[in-house]
Design a protein around this ligand. Structure first.
Ligand code: ZN
Length: 140
């Protein structure tokens, strides 16, 4: 991928975050994806950093990406390994979608949220507004 296209994407993501700030959304600074392609595998070297800033279980995020990519994924030495050649922009787009579904509070749009598991259900707990809402799926 061209560097300029990637920079545009980052800019777009950033603008979006700034717009959301106006709606009292706290901002998550996404790291820059550190990705190398080896053979037909994509090695995402700082994958767990993304899990950290989103405050979600890397294994769950991996599960989500596996579903979206429709291919095998695993974590080795804190790196995400993906079968096939994946562009950084693809990861960023999926992280954005993941955030919307599993990180951002549906009530107040804050990203200061935690996950609470009760039996087999997952709830998103918002530290900003106190909302507790059931989440669909197994990805948080
Ligand atoms: Zn909230």
């Amino acid at each position: 991928m061209e560097q300029s296209a990637y920079e545009n994407l980052l800019k777009r993501l950033k603008n979006k975050t700034i717009n959301q700030d106006k709606k009292s959304m706290s901002r998550i600074e996404m790291p820059t994806p550190d990705i190398v392609w080896v053979g037909n595998k994509t090695i995402f070297r700082n994958f767990t950093d993304f899990a950290k800033v989103m405050r979600r279980d890397p294994e769950k995020i991996l599960l989500y990406l596996a579903k979206e990519f429709g291919s095998a994924t695993y974590i080795a030495n804190e790196k995400g390994i993906f079968v096939g050649k994946k562009d950084p922009s693809k990861f960023m787009a999926l992280f954005e979608r993941y955030m919307k579904d599993y990180v951002v509070c549906p009530a107040c749009s804050s990203t200061d949220t935690n996950i609470e598991r009760v039996n087999r259900l997952s709830y998103i707990i918002c530290e900003a507004c106190g909302a507790k809402l059931a989440l669909k799926g197994i990805f948080a």
